[in-house]
Design a protein around this ligand. Structure first.
Ligand SMILES: Cc1ncc(COP(=O)(O)O)c(C=O)c1O
Length: 460
């Protein structure tokens, strides 16, 4: 059995954060910022999502299961479309990609970002109009570029000089003029509440603005008659809670656009400032509401363009987590409750194979007893998975009722983004289903893997 390796991303934290040292008055309360819009408790105390009792969902679909609140997902789409009216909103498929949710994206009027041939194939299968798709990635293969060109994707975001040459040739061969954005590295890395203004020049994505490569990339795109430079793109990070990082990013991207106009007479129509908008995983997280975010982003772009004397390009944004993340929860069944001299460990029937974010990023989550409420005072617990890794932690520190027993159901909030899409078959664990709920009904949108699925690639 492996233990946590030296050099792993986080050290074991023996003391919980100070905010967790005092038990909450009611650990079963569903804080509105963290849980999907339709989450509530019925008179028996069971968690209800989309009008369906989670105990019934567990019986019908098994655990672990991702439960996706369709109304919540759709309303987050609409919030972005309304708040960013006049701009383009592209959902980043990497956050969560299923045929059903991609269809919702189209129905709600968003475009789509894909970053692999697989995501592109899913988008096309879901009948996302190709012209509404943007294709990202720092190392798209020739086959993927061909797939994108043949499908007629609306934009390709180029990320290296080699790719510009390759794409130009492939487009020319097909007699196409492909719209292209140049991914600019603006030297800002945004993480949670801070941004590091210079450190992130050193990374694999994009062309450096400061070093001149971004300008050179635009120049080369302009020189190819088979490519149409339609904009500049920047993405500065994830879980961003204010717009200060976007301000720096917009400043540098607008400066690049102004230089393109001044030196090359080019005025590409789009400025894409990427995604990364933060969500609440715990009550301590304070995301901006979408109208405030949109107003601030628009004001930043307007101000920067006015200062540079530039006609305002059309803004584009790429939310992933902010749409998919809060809309889903994961339902687990408790298997064992173990008291050690250090803490209580509650083991559930999933873990790092369905949610790697805690092990990978030290992510914090909110967890409640979902099958009932308890009057018994809570105990500080660590919720762990069933995998053969000591770092297999689902929720590092959480208060759960002391009378928790095997068979109880736990719900972990805000698992809709980067959980199913980062899920693995570690320990040959079949990946859980995604069950969409709404208006008192439930339907499987991604079925549970079976052992047969796990073995289907093995040669007999
Ligand atoms: C280019 C690009 N756009 C958008 C996103 C979506 O980010 P988020 O899900 O944090 O909004 C990402 C995430 O990595 C990205 O790389």
């Amino acid at each position: 059995m492996r233990t946590h390796e030296a050099g792993a991303l986080h050290a074991d934290v023996t003391e919980p954060p100070s905010a967790l040292l005092v038990p909450p008055a009611d650990p079963g309360t569903l804080a509105a910022a963290v849980w999907p819009a339709t989450a509530t408790r019925d008179e028996s105390g069971a968690l209800v999502l989309g009008g369906v009792d989670v105990r019934d969902l567990a019986t019908e679909f098994g655990t672990p299961a991702y439960l996706l609140d369709e109304a919540d997902f759709r309303s987050r789409c609409r919030d972005f479309v309304q708040a960013f009216a006049g701009a383009d909103v592209h959902y980043a498929a990497k956050a969560f990609c299923s045929l059903t949710s991609l269809r919702w994206i189209v129905e709600e009027g968003l475009g789509l970002d894909v970053c692999s041939g697989g995501e592109l194939a899913a988008a096309l299968r879901a009948e996302v109009p190709a012209e509404r798709i943007a294709f990202h990635g720092n190392n798209k293969s020739v086959a993927e570029l061909e797939q994108a060109l043949d499908a007629g994707v609306g934009r390709i975001v180029v990320d290296s000089f080699a790719e510009i040459a390759r794409l130009a040739w492939l487009a020319e061969e097909r007699g196409l003029r492909q719209p292209v954005l140049v991914r600019a590295t603006v030297g800002v890395e945004a993480h949670t509440h801070e941004f590091i203004a210079t450190a992130h020049e050193d990374q694999k994505f994009g062309f450096s603005v400061a070093g001149g490569d971004a300008f050179e990339a635009c120049r080369r795109v302009l020189n190819h008659s088979s490519l149409d430079l339609v904009g500049v793109h920047s993405h500065i990070g994830s879980q961003i809670f204010d717009t200060s990082g976007f301000e720096v990013s917009a400043h540098r991207a607008v400066a690049l656009l102004a230089r393109l106009r001044d030196e090359l007479g080019a005025t590409p129509p789009y400025l894409d400032l990427g995604g990364g908008f933060g969500i609440a995983y715990t009550a301590a997280d304070t995301p901006m509401d979408v109208p405030a975010l949109a107003a601030s982003m628009r004001a930043i772009v307007a101000r920067e363009c006015a200062a540079a004397g530039l006609a305002e390009p059309r803004l584009a944004v790429e939310p992933g987590r902010a749409i998919a993340g809060p809309a889903s929860i994961t339902l687990y069944e408790v298997g064992t409750v173990k008291d050690t001299p250090h803490r209580r460990y509650v083991s559930v029937d999933g873990g790092m194979s369905d949610n790697i974010r805690t092990a990978l990023y030290d992510a914090q989550y909110t967890c409640v007893l979902a099958s009932r409420v308890s009057e018994v005072p809570p105990v500080l617990c660590r919720v762990v998975g069933k995998h053969c890794e000591s770092g297999d932690i689902v929720v590092r520190d959480t208060w759960l009722p002391a009378d928790l027993v095997p068979g109880d159901l736990l719900a972990v909030a805000a698992t809709g983004a980067y959980c199913r899409s980062l899920a693995s078959n570690y320990n040959h664990q079949p990946r859980p289903p995604v069950v969409a709920v709404g208006d008192g009904a439930a339907r499987v949108v991604v079925r549970r893997e079976t052992v047969e699925d796990l073995l289907r690639l093995d040669m007999p």
